[in-house]
Design a binder for this molecule. Structure first.
Ligand SMILES: C[S@@+](CC[C@H](N)C(=O)[O-])C[C@H]1O[C@@H](n2cnc3c(N)ncnc32)[C@H](O)[C@@H]1O
Length: 214
């Protein structure tokens, strides 16, 4: 298991209902948020797309006073929970927004954590292409998601995600396919294994905008 949620992050969610706080805690243990955070610059404009209740965004803002962090999500209840966690801090905000509405050079760093496998392949490609277009030259995309390998971890992921998202289809790609897609779009992608210590097949790709795009 990954490390427990830091106390200063968990305390931000004290106003939520019991099961929401439970989800905040479990989600932190099952996602390599600290590993993602380790690749985020200490300053700059950072957006967490599909931020959910905003745990990673909150952690980045708390640990980086010179970061300006934005979390966006298209589910209103999640954004409401995230907004309730801000309590007056100035370097973080949460917005009900669709990822495809991001504007050119609005952010230096984009995070996509466990959201792409909820989109069908054409929508995944459209979103990654949009991320490429809106990032400045040399901008950074952190992509964390799950692949079908190792198989037993993928089965565990499938069972957990299916239980939490009953009836909602999911779309997976092998890691080499993600890398090929990102490189075709114009990113230079560096792989960091992210499934050690958790029973889930997570990977992390640190993608630098280097090319001019397709
Ligand atoms: C599995 S959750 C991951 C939440 C969070 N990133 C995490 O790692 O805990 C995926 C989130 O992406 C959001 N989402 C999906 N498509 C989106 C879009 N086009 N624009 C903004 N948010 C989106 C969903 O509403 C959902 O909250």
């Amino acid at each position: 298991m990954l490390s427990p949620i830091p106390r200063e992050v968990y305390e931000l969610y004290s106003g939520l209902r019991f099961w929401e706080r439970w989800h905040v805690k479990i989600r932190w243990r099952l996602c390599p948020f600290l590993q993602i955070a380790g690749h985020i610059p200490a300053e700059g404009r950072i957006v967490d797309i599909g931020c959910g209740r905003g745990m990673l965004a909150n952690y980045l803002a708390l640990t980086g006073p010179r970061r300006r962090v934005t979390g966006i999500d298209k589910q209103a209840p999640r954004i409401r929970a995230a907004q309730a966690s801000i309590s007056g801090r100035k370097n973080i905000r949460f917005r009900l927004r669709d990822a495809l509405g991001l504007e050119r050079e609005e952010f230096d760093v984009i995070i996509l954590s466990d959201m792409l496998h909820h989109l069908p392949p054409p929508a995944q490609e459209k979103l990654l292409g949009h991320c490429f277009r809106v990032l400045p030259d040399d901008g950074l995309l952190l992509l964390e998601d799950v692949t079908p390998d190792p198989k037993w971890k993928w089965v565990v992921h499938f069972l957990i995600d299916r239980t939490l998202n009953l009836g909602i289809r999911q779309y997976f790609r092998p890691l080499p396919e993600w890398i090929a897609l990102l490189e075709r779009i114009g990113f230079a992608a560096e792989h960091f294994p992210a499934h050690r210590g958790i029973p889930l097949p997570d990977f992390l790709l640190k993608c630098r905008k280097t090319g001019r795009g397709e």
